[in-house]
Design a protein around this ligand. Structure first.
Ligand code: SF4
Length: 332
């Protein structure tokens, strides 16, 4: 059996590690939340697994005084925004996000100054500082509804993801949406060429595609051209992928998103053959939350997420405006 006293970057998995985690969770009066892209052992030891927004809402509704958020930093920040009176820990605060980092609050302020009458819509994959400069947040599930809530004549600044922005433009048909040129390095790496190759090699397979992917346009093109029946192409958030996996009748599903997602899909639908479109699409930030880091977090109460109260109040308002519009579904 593997010792629990392993270096920070090692992966101590086993019954003792799991028991120690659960014992510390109880002692700290904590709830452990794991994003769908986390390592399988982290997903399996967590109290809840899901997409970023669903987890933040669980944090807000939980009776536990401490939330341990196993995901990347902007997700733990969102949990803190929705549960400001609780202690929120992330096992390694260095777990960032290339998409969230693709726009800063200063860059957004400059963009707003160039378009002073535009409404700002930001994907939830943004820092609290950027959310504080935002009129309304959106998830990949509700981005179209959020855009529809803004008067048709009003210009919109959409950030930070260019692929999700293109998806929203396509779906709404609006031409007055300016899209920031940001991307996630993992999802951008899942491209149309790979998708076409996998589709040809797996005739009859259903497609689950995250809208941040570089291949989302290709998936819609394949459906539009009749190469794939439209009902076989599903553009889904990670939470919606889990829901769709429960009901699919397909024997094979090609999955275009970060590969950690496959663990949950295979758990909820073990008879379905889930195959990654790109089996190297792994987020190094998500994988910084190691079993050893989780143990350290629970033992030492690290790393605590803190947000300047003035920033938090404005950022929270942009998230709550989105929630008021209706069912926000899931984030990434
Ligand atoms: S997969 Fe991409 S968007 Fe998601 S946390 Fe990693 S870098 Fe950010």
């Amino acid at each position: 059996m593997t010792s629990v006293d392993t270096p920070h970057n090692a992966r101590p998995v086993g019954v003792r590690w799991r028991e120690e985690v659960r014992r510390l969770v109880k002692r700290r009066d904590a709830v452990v939340l794991a994003h769908n892209y986390q390592l399988p052992e982290i997903q399996d030891v967590a109290d809840f697994t899901g997409d970023s927004l669903a987890l933040s809402r669980i944090a807000a509704g939980s009776n536990a005084s401490t939330t341990v958020f196993c995901g990347v930093h902007f997700m733990a920040e969102t949990a803190k925004l929705l549960a400001p009176d609780k202690t929120v820990l992330i096992p390694d605060a260095r777990a960032g996000c290339s998409l969230a980092d693709s726009i800063t609050a200063e860059q957004l302020r400059d963009w707003k100054a160039q378009h002073p009458t535009a409404a700002v819509v930001s994907y939830v994959n943004t820092t609290a500082d950027v959310k504080a400069e935002t009129d309304i947040c959106c998830t990949s599930s509700n981005a179209v509804d959020v855009i529809a809530s803004i008067p048709p004549h009003q210009d919109i600044l959409f950030c930070p993801d260019k692929f999700l922005g293109a998806h929203v433009r396509r779906e709404t048909g609006r031409t007055n949406i300016r899209v920031w040129d940001g991307e996630c390095h993992v999802h951008a790496g899942i491209n149309g060429a790979e998708l076409n190759q996998r589709v040809s090699a797996n005739p009859g397979a259903e497609l689950f595609v995250h809208p941040e992917c570089g291949c989302a346009t290709s998936a819609l093109y394949l459906a539009g051209e009749g190469i794939l029946p439209p009902e076989q192409v599903n553009i889904l958030s990670t939470g919606d992928m889990v829901r769709r996996a429960r009901s699919t009748r397909a024997s094979t599903v090609l999955v275009a998103t970060e590969i950690g997602m496959l663990h949950q899909l295979r758990k909820v639908a073990p008879d379905v053959d889930f195959r990654p479109v790109n089996d190297e699409a792994s987020c190094r930030y998500m994988k910084m939350i190691t079993p050893a880091a989780l143990l350290r977090s629970l033992r030492e109460g690290t790393d605590e997420v803190r947000i300047d109260p003035r920033i938090a109040a404005r950022a929270r308002e942009s998230v709550q405006r989105m929630i008021r519009i209706g069912e926000p579904g899931g984030g990434e």
